[in-house]
Unconditional design. Structure first.
Length: 364
């Protein structure tokens, strides 16, 4: 069975090819998505590295979006709920070529996903290793309605891609083109087919995305063994597979991002110019910040309400203390090396915080 880590590994590989720079500020994936995920998650946003990091230096407040999340979650149908749908990872692929789209739904109807498509034959000056099309996206689902015991419908209330990444750029021999989602493209409504649904209920076009790709992993005796979603306007069949336990997801995500973080650390030991040091510490800060957002998203949606408030308060205090220290570094006239110190502290402190969140998620 395919797992969500495929998406994360691709993201980490992409990070290794994408150095942070001032012309490409605020390209961090989850930081731009935080506000849609609610006020609490927005509190986690990174301060942003200097001369190369991503993200703003002030945490956002998305109380209105958080309230919308709550209302949308309350619209869930009588039987099936978004919390039920949150037990799956949803995958869309042709089974051929280098593209895939994967997304997850949270218990309040918030969803987030990642699309990538590689074309190693699309080369040119500066990108001899090929081209990769990428899209991080998020939004909210609502109007979950029952059709029959095994069929429901829901609508996409809003969806956005990471518009702060608009355009394309070339890094380390690879061209990256910011695209849009595929599975949910041009879609305003989805049909949900629960396990036990006969495959004959889907059209030939819809099944053409399911049977050849997933086969026996989701079909047995002409019925689905997992959840299947259909993008109604495009007749795209999307397979739903059991979501990995949060403790395993957290550890896998941490290991993937830590590998990228350490990669930049190794290059930093070999750096001979201040400019290189600024770039590499900025890259480390970016990787750590993205991991922080990934882990906090898991904390937000996997912590009992009674235990979440103390964690949120602790997170806010940590941000306050960290940002105060960063402000102190910025106030010192240290020249270019001051930027290195700023980025290094941001990267190290953020990664240490990630380790603490990981310990909580693994133990919970």
């Amino acid at each position: 069975m395919k797992k969500r880590i495929v998406c994360v590994i691709l993201a980490a590989l992409m990070l290794q090819g994408c150095g942070a720079n001032k012309d490409n500020e605020e390209t961090l994936v989850w930081e731009s998505i935080d506000e849609s995920a609610g006020d609490e998650l927005g509190e986690n946003a990174s301060a942003g590295s200097e001369n190369g990091g991503t993200g703003s230096k002030e945490s956002g407040n998305a109380g209105a979006e958080a309230e919308a999340d709550k209302e949308q979650g309350e619209k869930a149908g009588e039987d099936l709920t978004f919390e039920d749908l949150a037990n799956y990872t949803y995958e869309f692929s042709s089974g051929a070529g280098g593209w895939s789209d994967e997304f997850e739904i949270e218990k309040d109807g918030y969803f987030h996903g990642y699309y990538s498509d590689s074309d190693m034959g699309d080369t040119g000056e500066g990108y001899e290793d090929g081209t990769m099309y990428i899209a991080h996206y998020s939004g909210h689902l609502g109007n979950l309605e029952k059709v029959d015991d095994l069929t429901y419908t829901m609508t996409i209330l809003d969806m956005k891609t990471d518009e702060k990444q608009a355009g394309e750029y070339i890094e380390d021999g690879m061209r990256y083109v910011i695209a849009g989602p595929y599975a949910l493209s041009a879609c305003d409504s989805l049909t949900i087919y629960l396990p036990g649904t006969k495959t004959s209920k889907l059209s030939e076009a819809e099944m053409s995305w399911i049977e050849p790709v997933y086969g026996s992993s989701i079909i047995e005796n002409d019925a689905f063994t997992g959840v299947v979603l259909v993008n109604n306007p495009n007749q795209y069949g999307i397979g739903g597979f059991e979501r990995m336990p949060v403790s395993k997801r957290a550890k896998m995500d941490y290991d993937t991002y830590k590998e990228s973080f350490d990669y930049y650390g190794e290059r930093l030991t070999e750096a001979t110019t201040t400019a290189d040091m600024v770039q590499l510490t900025g890259n480390q800060a970016e990787v750590a910040d993205e991991l922080l957002n990934e882990l906090w998203l898991m904390v937000k949606y996997n912590t009992p309400s009674g235990q979440y408030k103390p964690l949120l308060e602790d997170q806010r205090q940590w941000l306050k203390d960290r940002d105060a220290h960063l402000k102190d570094i910025s106030s010192q006239d240290l020249g270019s090396m001051g930027t290195v110190d700023y980025n290094d502290y941001l990267a190290t402190e953020t990664m240490n915080r990630c380790e603490k969140l990981l310990s909580y998620l693994v133990a919970s």
